[in-house]
Design a protein around this ligand. Structure first.
Ligand SMILES: *Cc1c(COP(=O)(O)O)cnc(C)c1O
Length: 619
């Protein structure tokens, strides 16, 4: 069977395999290959990040649709609203696209730092919600007051009592002499004893970095009341962690938060009207059924949230609150696809054409050669064992000085060819022995990208990102593959994994371009990505669709050039440039014409980015 790389598991119908390529399942259904080629033909080499705004829109509208459906189903009276947490992706091309596709939803932004707050203030449509989380100083709280005075619908979520005291002080500064006070809304983040599960679960629980304990909450309530700010207190907030693989912890947290909400409301916080359940909605990254990461659907998630809040409201005799979410990963991950060109394969030496068989070979090598030629389905297992046996003997003979380097090389090649052929012949037999052998014959694919820059969560947390070739999908791929990036760091590798195997095609990249796509890279990766070895953010584009359904390449931002990267590392670009010019000028190895040539070449190289163009001399 030809591999579909689990596209039915992680793809959410966003992509389809058509003939031999991966195509976008939207409008004219262009292939990733034609888009990639069109951009590369304009001279942009190296990795490419393709952004698809229609996929951002799909996620936002699905979120609202599901919650509105659940509300209707349970007769829930509170409204549903959502904000996008900027820490998940702050890049301008993404945020502008997000705002552009979400106009009809009154969708807002969540900020966790001053810089993010500035993005929120300048990009959120007036009236749509802005929420501000994270640790805040007086300046940040003042920025919230400025935004409120502009007319923004802004909520400061207090994470500790100190912040509340600062709000009270800033309020005095802004409003002491005013007839009508303009004050941001206030939310409180509560510290729950429920916590999420998995690697990102640290945001919840008693020991979490954020939120007020019950005791602090009561103190905060008294303080708010004392300073006549109760009419501002309108939201309860919690966030139990990202990528919740199961729904049970959320339900538990929601019961806890819902009861805190009801208690405050009944205590006299009459303006309280919203419960913000944070983010955490998970994304399915797995390429294999058996490795699935998420055990619930958005339908189940929305049903549970609405149902639990309805139940608590009824039991406690309060109005049903508005429900807010701050899902980030769910909204952003699918919109970005990273395309990385394969530069080279690193085991071509195990090719038949590299054999150097002699007139007279050591008998065991002659035998290996015969095993390879006569290998068939019936004898494969037996011959494979013989071959591995012979290999051990031959390597010992080499160590003892009885055979030479050519014999040793022939041994390696023949055994690799035998393993490869056996795996193909025995493909329906998934014995653990065969699985282990795949490790011996992996092919290393060198890709023109940096894992540190583009998939930092793979480096830091071994988060899998779906990956597959974007072409040749009509041909069976049989090379167990390990991915190498072009950094000089041995961690820049996605090793072949028996439990989540990746097979790629045998290609000759000197004749035929071969690209790998990494999917679901739109959340967290871009800003967490680091400039290890000074490889920078890849060249990026927005792929929009026009009225006729054809795709358009827009907002292209080229990967930073070498001089700008150095400038960012605090080298003075002008000084460096002058130094280089001087060194050419003062060289006594070349004449003036040659100097001019050197300078022209150098200028050209410095205007380019750090990624490789190609490593074949003939290209
Ligand atoms: C990170 C964060 C989110 C987003 O979480 P996702 O798992 O990406 O949905 C939401 N709210 C808060 C407070 C956060 O810190």
């Amino acid at each position: 069977m030809i591999d579909n790389y689990g596209i039915n598991i992680w793809g959410d119908n966003n992509f389809i395999i058509k003939n031999s390529t991966v195509n976008i399942n939207h409008k004219s259904q262009p292939s990733l290959l034609e888009i990639t080629k069109e951009i590369r033909n304009q001279g942009y080499k190296g990795p490419l990040l393709l952004r698809f705004p229609h996929l951002i829109k799909k996620q936002i509208s699905t979120l609202y649709e599901e919650f509105n459906r659940a509300k209707k189903e349970f007769g829930y009276r509170g409204s549903f609203q959502a904000v996008f947490p900027l820490k998940v992706n702050q890049l301008a091309n993404f945020v502008s696209a997000l705002i552009n596709v979400s106009k009809e939803f009154n969708y807002g932004l969540e900020a966790g730092s001053k810089a993010e707050l500035l993005i929120a203030i300048t990009h959120t449509p007036m009236g749509a919600p802005i929420t501000v989380n994270g640790f805040k100083d007086k300046e940040m709280i003042s920025l919230c007051f400025i935004a409120a005075n502009m007319g923004h619908n802004i909520t400061i979520t207090i994470e500790g009592l100190g912040e509340l005291e600062t709000i009270i002080a800033v309020n005095r500064e802004f409003n002491a002499k005013k007839k009508i006070a303009v004050i941001p809304k206030i939310g409180v983040r509560i510290r729950l004893h429920s916590s999420g599960i998995g690697v990102w679960a640290k945001s919840g629980g008693y020991s979490s970095k954020f939120g007020l304990s019950s005791t602090e909450l009561l103190e905060a309530y008294d303080l708010i009341k004392k300073h006549h700010l109760l009419k501002q207190l309108w939201m309860i907030h919690f966030h139990i962690g990202s990528q919740m693989s199961e729904i049970a912890p959320l339900k538990k947290a929601l019961r806890e938060a819902g009861n805190i909400y009801a208690d405050l409301k009944n205590r006299g916080a009459t303006a309280l009207n919203a419960i913000n359940i944070g983010g955490g909605l998970a994304v399915e990254y797995s390429q294999q059924e058996e490795n699935k990461e998420v055990n619930y659907s958005l339908k189940e998630f929305s049903n549970d949230v609405v149902f639990v809040m309805k139940e608590i409201s009824k039991n406690k005799g309060i109005e049903e609150p508005d429900i807010f979410t701050e899902s980030g990963r769910f909204i952003a991950s699918s919109h970005a696809v990273l395309i990385a060109p394969v530069l080279e394969l690193f085991s071509q030496d195990y090719h038949e054409k590299s054999l150097r068989l002699k007139e007279v070979n050591p008998p065991l090598i002659t035998e290996l050669n015969e095993l390879w030629i006569s290998l068939n389905r019936a004898n494969a297992r037996e011959y494979l064992h013989d071959a591995l046996d012979h290999m051990e003997s031959l390597l010992t003979l080499f160590d003892l000085g009885y055979i030479d380097l050519e014999d040793r090389s022939n041994t390696e090649i023949l055994v690799n060819l035998i393993i490869k052929k056996s795996i193909l012949l025995l493909e329906n037999d998934a014995s653990s022995e065969l699985k282990k052998l795949q490790n011996k014959i992996q092919e290393r694919y060198l890709l023109n990208f940096s894992i540190f820059q583009s998939l930092p969560d793979f480096w830091g947390l071994e988060q899998n990102f779906p990956m597959m070739p974007i072409d040749k999908l009509n041909i069976k791929a049989s090379n167990p593959a390990t991915i190498w990036d072009i950094t000089c760091d041995s961690d820049g590798e996605i090793a072949f994994n028996d439990n989540a195997p990746l097979y790629l095609h045998d290609v000759d990249v000197t004749k035929d371009e071969y690209f790998l796509a990494f999917f679901l890279t739109g959340a967290y990766q871009e800003v967490l990505g680091m400039k290890h070895n000074l490889f920078t953010h890849p060249t990026e584009v927005l792929i929009e669709f026009d009225d006729k359904g054809h795709y358009q390449i827009e907002n292209l931002i080229e990967s930073q050039n070498i001089m700008d990267v150095l400038d960012e590392m605090n080298y003075d670009k002008i000084t460096l440039d002058k130094k280089l010019k001087d060194m050419i000028k003062k060289s006594n190895l070349v004449n003036q014409e040659e100097k001019n040539n050197l300078q022209t070449r150098l200028d050209f190289y410095l205007s380019e980015n750090s990624y490789l163009k190609t490593i074949q001399a003939n290209k």
